[in-house]
Design a protein around this ligand. Sequence first.
Ligand SMILES: Cc1ncc(COP(=O)(O)O)c(C=O)c1O
Length: 414
Amino acid sequence: MTDHALLDAAPVPASVLGRGTATLQNAFAGLLEQPADGLLGLIALHRADPRPEKIDLGVGVFRNDAGATPVMRAVKEAEEILLGSQDTKSYLGAEGDVAYAELLAEIALGRALAGSERIVGVQTPGGTGALRLGAELLARARPQASVWIGNPTWPNHAPIFAEAGLSVKTHRFYDVARATIDFDGMVHDLAQAAPGDILLLHGCCHNPTGAALSNEEWQAIASLCADRGLIAFVDLAYQGLGDGLEEDAQATRMLFEALPAVILAYSCDKNFGLYRERVGALWVQAPGTQVAATVRGNMLSLARGIWSMPPDHGAAVVRTILEHPELRADWARELDEMRHRINLLRQTVAAQDSRLGFIARQRGMFAMLPVDGVAVAAMRRDNGIYMAGNGRINIAGLTAQNVPLFVAGLAPHI
Ligand SMILES: Cc1ncc(COP(=O)(O)O)c(C=O)c1O
């Protein structure tokens, strides 16, 4: 009897007892229960709240004045072009869409750097994929290195680097009570960093604080990396949502010009509004062209072992937009409109209460309020204002109409 006939003939038993049964019954016993994602819980609570005046400042997506996260105009048009012109869904390869990465490099790094043979880049699934691939590359290149992240930072940073096997250390970054960057504290803590350690930096629009380093402070960071031999790893997830496409890339480009080894994890998910399509890229600047080729080979072999190749659609949309001058111009215009909305809301909030003046000075979608978990819960209960437990708010969740309600609800707690 062939194996196939045997399978067909034998009824499938409810359970098969064998010497390994006890082992199989404990197959997942090593796993610990994981805490639920706080922001997802917040979405559910907000949805269940019947109050019409409720305000959702939790999830980090752009919203327009109607509270929607629309598909950008240029994205819709690019999707139509793709629908009509795409004639295969065949594999692209581990590097993804090569033209996408080349065109995007000019937006992120500028034309001069984008042409450098010491810089290699690949498409990744979102900024998260770029961070993870960069972390895996570093874990291969420098397994003993520590990654230094600021306090606070995007909550995913620590797990991404830790899961790749690197040790994660924290430096001071932001003083919530004074609503300013604690630059002296940051430099003081980084004195503990060893040569070859990695320094994670937000290129613009810091999440969760919105606080930006000054030009002088960025220069000091570049000098510190050069003096101490630290590898700058820039996370650029909000280019164009702070001060403008060029302005938001200045610090990143300065680091690439100043330092021989730099890494950039990039996300198109916010500035092209492509969140669920998972569009990102990773660029690495190596000290020489030969090392760059080795880095590229390692990026590709790591990518093959994690996701094999990135999803195509979102990157094809970005490439199509960047290839068509009129779509590119419209994308840049709509991004300007989004940024203006955020910055106008920042000014409107700050104008309502002088204690909130810091919000107008900061940039990007987020701000961190000087409130504790008790105040966050009270605002949710009493005013229908929803925000993350650490006081992070998504500015774009506000509207011109509800800013007074928001400030009135917040005022007793600051
Ligand atoms: C600072 C920062 N880096 C990276 C990302 C990752 O973005 P993506 O959705 O493209 O993975 C985010 C998303 O919220 C972020 O805030």
